[in-house]
Design a binder for this molecule. Structure first.
Ligand code: NAD
Ligand code: WQD
Length: 338
């Protein structure tokens, strides 16, 4: 039996496909490459030594997606990564985000029901919490008004999945693990796959590695006057391979009904600490300057990941130094390829 991985050529999807194949799962990838490259699929095959079944499909296209289920014939569960993820772009083009992220999830649920597939792992985000009142934040924290249309799509999809479950429960026993990712960083230790920002990166670590490699002049630290120990914002950064492993754990221990899980390390790290850790781990200087605050930034957030540990039997194991070394190796390989 196979796992359908939507968005499997993307950053998290490609690492998860590797982890699934290495754990003995049969993987079927669908992607339309709107934010990824086809060669990443070859890299997954290179790392695992197994061929990957693939369909170039937009998940919003119901008929074509349904044909994938029929053609593959053995899809038993789905991990749904396919979505647009740029916060800034979502502010500019909210409709595009709503259509792709919410529309795609609705189509997927419909097609799954039609084909009698009832297990779904969904990519959500800690963005659903906004700036929570209590840190570390656990899964009982309320959704705060979304900071962006992107964040809104994650909240809406969680609600749609929950509603879908209450409609189908009993008949098909729909089960879904909703995974709320904190900040994935790093790359596969082989250096063959990693984050592939198209254009100027929004996220901290790809911007940092591009700066160190000379592609950008300087990393701007967005504010050092926040009420945190060193004045810069705090996040919960986890190694991408730990995050990938969490999906394997979620499939193996899928809850009954719909249940959210925080995926983070449980530790908060500041922007300035990431810069210092990068230098220590790679011995590379990071040209940086302090700039103004970024509009809408959350001051500090980190996860209480204890539910995932208890119920999914998963815990982040790799260090942030390892993640930064792996991110740097990937950046150097990317530079060599261009
Ligand atoms: P990514 O852009 O690297 O991967 C997403 C993949 O989905 C890409 O390969 C893209 O081409 C594909 N895709 C998008 N829309 C599609 C569609 N309609 N049909 C088919 N394929 C489509 O992003 P990522 O970082 O790997 O994120 C994966 C998921 O995790 C997303 O749902 C994202 O919102 C969520 N998430 C990411 C982060 C993060 O920091 N990277 C944090 C929290 C949540
Ligand atoms: C991390 C920290 C910045 C770049 C975003 C999305 C969120 C989620 C994860 C998917 C912050 C600082 C960054 C730079 C900086 N994605 N920074 N200079 O803010 O946690 O969230 O990605 O769901 O929805 O909003 O991640 O990597 O952008 O920033 O100082 O050039 O690095 O201020 O404190 P963030 P990030």
């Amino acid at each position: 039996m196979a796992v359908l991985v939507t968005g499997g050529a993307g950053y998290i999807g490609s690492h998860t496909s590797v982890a699934l194949i290495e754990a003995g799962f049969e993987v079927v990838v669908v992607d339309n490459f709107c934010n990824s490259k086809r060669y990443i699929l070859d890299r997954i095959e290179q790392i695992t030594g197994k061929s990957v079944r693939f369909y170039k499909v937009n998940v919003c296209d119901e008929n074509v997606l349904s044909k994938v289920f029929s053609d593959a014939g053995d899809i038993e569960s789905v991990i749904h990564f396919a979505a647009l993820k740029s916060v800034g772009e979502s502010v500019e083009f909210p409709e595009k985000y709503i259509k792709n992220n919410i529309g795609g999830t609705e189509v997927l649920l419909k097609v799954m029901a039609h084909h009698g597939v009832s297990k779904l792992v969904f990519s959500s985000s800690c963005t659903v919490y906004g700036q929570p009142e209590t840190i570390p934040v656990d899964e009982s924290a309320p959704f705060l008004p979304a900071e962006s249309p992107y964040g809104f799509t994650k909240q809406a999809c969680e609600e749609i999945i929950t509603k879908h479950s209450s409609h189908t429960n009993g008949s098909e026993g729909f089960r879904s693990a909703i995974l709320r990712y904190f900040n994935p960083i790093g790359a596969h230790p082989s250096g063959l796959i990693g984050e592939l920002p198209l254009g100027i990166p929004n996220n901290l670590v790809p911007f940092l590695t591009q700066t160190v490699s000379g592609l950008r002049d300087s990393l701007i630290v967005f504010g050092d006057d926040y009420p945190t120990p060193d004045g810069s914002c705090i996040r919960d950064y986890l190694h991408i391979c730990d995050l990938a492993d969490a999906h394997v754990a979620a499939l193996k221990n899928i809850p009954s009904g719909v249940r959210p899980y925080n995926l983070g390390t449980g530790k908060g790290v500041s922007v300035l600490e990431i810069i210092a850790d990068f230098k220590k781990a790679t011995l590379m200087e990071v040209p940086y300057e302090i700039g103004p605050r970024r509009k809408g930034d959350i001051v500090q957030i980190w996860a209480d990941p204890s539910r995932a540990e208890k119920e999914l039997k998963w815990k982040a194991l790799r260090s942030k130094e390892e993640a930064l070394i792996d991110a740097w190796r990937w950046q150097q390989n990317l530079n060599g390829a261009t």
